[in-house]
Design a protein around this ligand. Structure first.
Ligand code: FBP
Length: 261
């Protein structure tokens, strides 16, 4: 939905958006992604408001104990651990009603497109999307093609399929992986139609410039924004990294003209 009924409007500034993702404690486990600083959810929640993020994505347990109401909340209502093997499946672990009680303005749900279990996730997301609509919440789909049938989850064909699946399934926004270049990502944005597209951050890039070039490429492709975790909160200076991302996204700055540390 776009226009005055755009359920994503709580997360938008000038039609764009920077979302901080912090569900990796469940998805990857603490030893894979966290250090002594970012293992503390309080650090992340404070960072989200200090850095001026437009949204914060949390699982319900972290939201219950740490969310301070300052940045619009997305409650992830499904998830899985990295200990499970085989075809990926992530079941619902929080009701839409409970997400609302925690202050959510949107629900987040991961769909592993191409998994043997995609049908289960389509059905579950379908029900959740309808409940979200009834309550005036946005439904944001993390659409990650994955499983034995998926050869290359960042190819133009596969990423655009993920974007299109979000449209077909009724999402308000889709969080998808970057294809590697702006032109091919633009096809994914086109395929998503009126669904707002967010580029997913991924593992911390080797250099700031490398990551900011992805942000630039996604913005040039017409994405609404970036939903990022590790590239910000694993950065030695998360505030300045967020500042640079905002300059690229909101001020249309070119990466070459940005001085990084
Ligand atoms: P990152 O920016 O850290 O990649 O976070 C985005 C995100 O979608 C998280 O919300 C989620 O926990 C993680 O990526 C999933 O990563 P993976 O691709 O390993 O499943």
């Amino acid at each position: 939905m776009t226009g005055k009924n755009d359920l994503m409007s709580p997360f938008l500034r000038e039609g764009k958006s920077l979302i901080l993702a912090y569900d990796q404690g469940l998805e990857h486990g603490p030893s894979s992604d966290f250090d002594n600083r970012n293992v503390d959810p309080a650090f992340i929640v404070e960072l989200a408001s200090r850095a001026g993020f437009n949204g914060l994505a949390l699982q319900k347990g972290v939201a219950e104990r740490y969310y301070d109401g300052k940045v619009p909340l997305i409650v992830k209502v499904n998830g899985k651990s990295s200990l499970s093997k085989g075809e990926p499946n992530a079941k619902q672990n929080c009701s839409v009603e409970y997400a609302v009680s925690l202050g959510a303005r949107a629900i987040g749900y991961t769909i592993y497109l191409g998994s043997l279990f995609e049908g289960d996730m389509f059905r579950e997301f379908g029900a959740i999307q309808e409940q979200a609509r009834e309550r005036g919440l946005a439904a944001i789909a993390w659409v990650y093609p994955r499983g034995a049938a998926v050869q290359n989850d960042t190819s133009k064909e596969v990423v655009s399929y993920a974007a299109r699946a979000a449209l077909e399934l009724g999402a308000d926004a889709a969080k998808i992986k970057y294809t590697g270049d702006s032109q091919s990502f633009a096809w994914a944005v086109r395929a998503a139609g009126k669904v707002r597209v967010f580029m997913s951050g991924g593992p911390k890039a080797a250099t700031d410039e490398a990551f900011l070039a992805q942000v630039r490429g996604a913005a040039d492709a017409g994405a609404t924004g970036i939903a990022v975790g590790r590239n910000v909160w694993q950065h030695q200076d998360p505030l300045s990294m967020a500042e640079l991302m905002k300059k690229v996204l909101f001020e249309n700055l070119q990466v070459a003209s940005i001085k990084t540390t």
